[in-house]
Design a protein around this ligand. Structure first.
Ligand code: FES
Ligand SMILES: [Fe+2]
Length: 336
């Protein structure tokens, strides 16, 4: 088990990244995807366990993902080499069942876990004490969800930063969540708890007399509307105690991101109605997300850095804090 070594993408080492939805890895089936710039094959063994190895056969380069699941193993479609979950070839049919397979017949494997309806990939070295999967605590139980997924041709950092951007609301979302012309941005207040960022929004109509309040001038900020980013790639909008919108930003490669958007709620518990409520939210969420997409796709450069040629303002504080935290976790700066 090795970490992905390409060093692409603003990736942060030693993190669990949400990379796929559970339902994309079907029972006893395989799926080939690109994540973190690597071709990966994931499959579900008969026991239900999800496995992940490099999707290029070490024999003659075919995509293993086009093959079949045989019990717990993956069989390459070209000449039938069988791989176990550690990426080792355990059978070369042409050499006979009784012939041991030399050590060098193997591909890289990746540590994956399935939790909260997602597949998580460990991007890093295997540690003695692996950290727990970083999913919002209150959403781990009691909520149901529905949602959709789409690909954006941008680095995942740009897609995340868009969700931290409180300044864009009255301009990009004039007809939806940004109604009311609240162009003056007080704060925002940003708080961290470990690698969980909460930011509190206080946008107001500009009457021409006020200057934006500095974050420390905002009292009672806890009463404000808030959103959270859980490093490295999960975000939520806290609509209320019972309603959340969650996004997972799965890095495909340097220039592409798969966004999973989910509507979480716990006010409706009746089975069929619950599905209808969760499904209906997709229309509005897609509409809002596409308002963002139209603009974010025009941003250059395609990925963000801690120090780059942008002129940021006070209202960009959540974006600045995210960049700092990312640089800190990558070991590029000392202070958080
Ligand atoms: S290319 Fe996979 S078995 Fe030959
Ligand atoms: Fe937006």
């Amino acid at each position: 088990m090795n970490r992905i070594t390409k060093g692409l993408l603003n990736m942060i080492n030693n993190q669990w990244y949400g990379i796929l939805e559970s339902k994309e890895v079907k029972s006893k089936k395989s799926i080939g995807v690109t994540r973190m710039g690597e071709k990966l094959v994931l499959w579900r063994s008969e026991s239900g366990k999800v496995n992940c190895i490099f999707d290029k056969c070490c024999h003659r380069g075919a995509a293993i993902s086009a093959g079949k699941v045989i019990h717990d193993k993956m069989m390459c479609p070209f000449h039938g080499f069988e791989y176990d979950s550690s990426g080792k070839v355990t059978l070369i049919p042409a050499n006979g069942k009784n012939t041991p397979v030399p050590e060098r017949y193997k591909v890289q494997s990746y540590l994956v876990e399935e939790k909260y309806g997602l597949i998580w990939l460990w991007y890093g070295e295997i540690l003695d004490n692996m950290p727990e999967i970083p999913f919002f605590k209150e959403l781990r139980e009691g909520f149901s969800y529905g949602g959709f997924s789409e690909m954006w041709p941008v680095n995942y950092t740009r897609a995340i930063e868009n969700q931290l951007d409180v300044v864009h609301l009255p301009f990009v979302h004039t007809s939806s969540i940004g109604r009311g012309n609240k162009t003056l941005v007080n704060g925002p207040v940003v708080k961290w708890e470990e690698n969980l960022m909460t930011f509190y929004v206080n946008n107001v109509v500009d009457d021409g007399n006020a200057k934006p309040l500095k974050p420390n001038e905002i009292k009672n900020y806890k009463k404000l509307f808030s959103l959270q980013l859980q490093m490295p790639n999960i975000w939520q909008n806290i609509i209320s105690k019972d309603i959340r919108i969650v996004a997972i930003f799965a890095p495909i490669d340097e220039n592409h991101t798969q966004i999973y958007l989910r509507f979480y709620q716990k006010f409706m518990k009746v089975p069929i109605l619950k599905q209808i409520v969760n499904g209906m939210s997709t229309f509005s969420n897609k509409y809002i997300l596409h308002q963002d997409r139209r603009i974010v796709l025009t941003q250059t450069p395609i990925k963000s850095e801690l120090t780059m040629n942008e002129n940021l303002i006070q209202g960009d504080m959540p974006i600045i804090e995210y960049r700092r935290r990312r640089a800190f976790l990558k070991g590029e700066i000392e202070k958080k």
